[in-house]
Ligand binder design. Structure first.
Ligand SMILES: Cc1cc2nc3c(=O)[nH]c(=O)nc-3n(C[C@H](O)[C@H](O)[C@H](O)COP(=O)(O)OP(=O)(O)OC[C@H]3O[C@@H](n4cnc5c(N)ncnc54)[C@H](O)[C@@H]3O)c2cc1C
Ligand SMILES: *[C@@H]1O[C@H](CO)[C@@H](O)[C@H](O)[C@H]1NC(C)=O
Ligand SMILES: *[C@@H]1O[C@H](CO)[C@@H](O)[C@H](O)[C@H]1NC(C)=O
Length: 565
């Protein structure tokens, strides 16, 4: 079995990477050291940005079909642990955010990691015939100038069998204890707080806790106002399943609690006083020690790390799994272009450069939340208060050397890597906004309106040409410049202002490619293009604005000179 890319680890990060690379035409092998897939819900919250990226990957309908929207964290009950004496309080967390024409998917959805991973496995098997190789562990690797030799050990009929495989690229999606990270010698700096927890998923029998009757997130508070435990309904259809966390303190022996279902239930009753709750099957549980760490570089040469292999943190804020998936989206298109010989190897350096500030900012936020919500000093606990940045729509690469901005040239005005879009500008490096209600110019095409998010795809750059009231000269010049690049790696779209009618625009480009009329005006508004300033936005395959060009041919060439060979 030969493949171009070897992915070690079949968690969400590795599977999202596999699907993204396969979509881009690369061949992939994905190995998983465990003999069985992880059965746990773990990071179940799919943030808004992840949903958008899955739309560009073409799998959003599958995700929405299996997930539920973010109601579970909206209804939070703060309950007294025994001897606390304070009355229970219900806090209704406000809606995360409202959908707008620029942000059509602002609601967090929940899909347990086990089911999320199962969906990704089904897709890569059904569409590409790629099966996760269970019981196959990456043990070591050697880098050469043009390939990587990896040593795998596979369990066959209970016996270890060694295999040496040569690939062009190796990606470690091998979790917090990553072998790839260690062997690359990447530093993994940060801290290990002394909080520990037991977490897992368990069924509840009867009506004492019922996910279908609006029981949202339950939090038990100790007399000293620190949290003792959590229960989150998983909302798996037909199952009354809950994810639990029992937080340690000096009186609890977490190793003992995590040793058996009986010990866990005993501890739960003592901590919550809720002996009325009857438990069914325990799906899984594990001891969890928060580490707050990240790598100094996301790879070296032909070997990279994504997900928990590159960063570990507290689950507060639900950013972890999402960040791993987003690492994979950033890496996949670059690796695909380089492997196909379309881009210089230097493009890959931007993966680490772009993800480093984003992940540093994520660690900062999740650590702040960890200290307020999960592990507060007595008297300093805060209720769950979540800022809109946790939807990850403000993540940006404004500071990246790869992006080109001809409108906003002052690089000192960089925002936090998690908070673009709130400063009244749309810049290169930002998430490309959506714009709905676009109609086809050519009456032959579908009469239905479409949105830009229907057009964006993870396998191509999308070049949005907003000519405004400029004459055809601008469009012709840009279109000519674009002809210099491989046509299968670019999709060009002419977005005409709403005042245009089909009779006014008969350029050769308008006849030969996708031309859309901005019927409701959302395109020009959401991209902040003034009618008298013809502008080109080059949207990368990961949905970020690679270039904001006002000069025409020159800007297009300048941006693509760092992308294409
Ligand atoms: C108990 C627990 C609760 C969590 N709760 C939340 C939460 O509520 N919200 C949230 O956002 N995140 C949560 N997380 C974190 C979230 O689960 C991780 O961020 C996410 O799983 C990272 O995905 P990954 O694919 O990068 O790594 P992992 O899910 O760790 O997957 C790595 C995979 O690589 C495999 N592997 C390891 N070494 C090798 C090797 N040498 N060769 C082959 N395979 C290998 C492992 O077996 C594993 O399957 C939780 C994590 C845990 C453990
Ligand atoms: C997060 O960043 C702010 C601002 O730079 C800083 O004051 C704070 O200490 C950081 N928090 C953590 C947990 O690193
Ligand atoms: C549109 O329809 C006309 C007439 O049926 C046809 O000649 C033309 O090729 C069609 N154009 C496209 C882009 O399909």
């Amino acid at each position: 079995m030969s493949a171009t890319v070897l992915i070690a680890g079949a968690g969400t990060s590795g599977l999202a990477l596999a699907l993204s690379l396969l979509r881009n035409g690369l061949s992939v092998r994905i190995v998983e050291k465990q003999l069985h897939f992880h059965p746990g819900e773990r990071g179940a919250g799919l943030q808004s940005r992840t949903l958008e990226l899955y739309k560009f990957l073409g799998i959003l309908p599958d995700i929405l079909e299996r997930s539920v929207s973010g109601i579970t964290l909206r209804n939070i009950q703060y309950l007294s642990a025994p001897d606390n004496g304070k009355p229970p309080r219900i806090v209704r967390a406000p809606l995360d955010s409202k959908n707008t024409p620029a942000r059509p998917l602002t609601e967090t959805h929940f899909l347990g990691q086990n089911r999320h991973e199962q969906l990704l496995r089904e897709l890569i098997l059904a569409e590409y015939g790629v099966r996760v190789e269970l019981g196959t562990e990456l043990q070591s690797f050697e880098q050469h100038p043009d390939h990587v030799v990896a040593r795998l050990v596979k369990i066959v009929d209970s016996n270890p069998v060694e295999e040496t495989v040569s690939v062009n690229w190796l990606v470690g999606a091998d979790g917090a204890r990553s072998v790839v990270r260690k062997q690359l010698g990447l530093s993994f700096l940060g801290e290990t707080p002394d909080t520990e927890a037991v977490t897992g998923d368990i069924h509840v029998i009867g009506e004492t806790l019922n996910q279908d009757q609006g029981d949202g997130l339950l939090v038990w508070i100790r007399p000293d106002d620190t949290p003792a435990g959590f229960m989150r309904p998983c909302l798996v259809p037909g199952k009354n399943l809950f994810q639990f966390i029992i937080l340690g303190n000096k009186d609890l022996d977490l190793v003992k609690i995590s040793s058996s279902r009986e010990e866990m239930i005993k501890a739960f009753y003592e901590i919550t006083g809720r002996r009325d709750i009857e438990f069914g099957e325990l799906v899984w549980m594990g001891l969890w020690k928060p580490n707050i760490r990240m790598v100094d570089s996301f790879g070296n040469g032909r070997v990279f790390v994504v997900g928990d292999a590159a960063h570990v943190h507290s689950p507060t804020g639900g950013q972890g799994m999402n960040s791993g998936v987003q690492d994979s989206f950033n890496l996949a298109w670059k690796l695909a272009l380089v492997e196909k010989g379309s881009a210089p190897e230097s493009l890959l350096k931007s993966y680490s450069d772009e993800r480093t500030p984003v992940i540093a900012s994520m660690l900062n936020m999740t650590t702040e939340l960890f200290r307020k919500e999960l592990a507060p000093k007595p008297g300093q606990r805060k209720d769950f208060v979540r800022g809109p940045e946790l939807l990850q729509l403000g993540i940006n690469y404004r500071g990246s050397l790869l992006v080109l901005d001809e409108k906003y040239t002052d690089k000192d005005e960089l925002v936090d890597p998690y908070r673009s879009g709130d400063d009244g500008t749309v810049r290169a490096g930002d998430r490309a906004p959506d714009a709905p209600s676009l109609t086809h110019l050519s009456p032959n095409e579908s009469a239905n309106t479409i949105s830009l998010f229907d057009v964006f795809t993870t396998v191509r750059h999308t070049v949005l040409i907003f000519p405004g009231t400029a004459g055809e000269g601008f469009v012709t010049e840009v279109v000519e410049a674009l002809r210099e690049y491989p046509s299968n790696l670019l999709k060009s779209i002419l977005v005409l202002p709403r005042s245009s009618s089909s009779s006014t625009s008969t350029s050769s480009f308008a006849q030969s490619a996708l031309t859309l009329i901005d019927t409701e005006g959302y395109g020009y508004v959401n991209y902040m293009v003034a009618a008298d300033t013809p502008t080109v936005f080059i949207v990368r395959p990961d949905g970020y604005i690679g270039a904001l060009v006002t000069s025409g041919r020159q800007g297009v060439r300048s941006y693509f000179s760092s992308i294409f060979l």
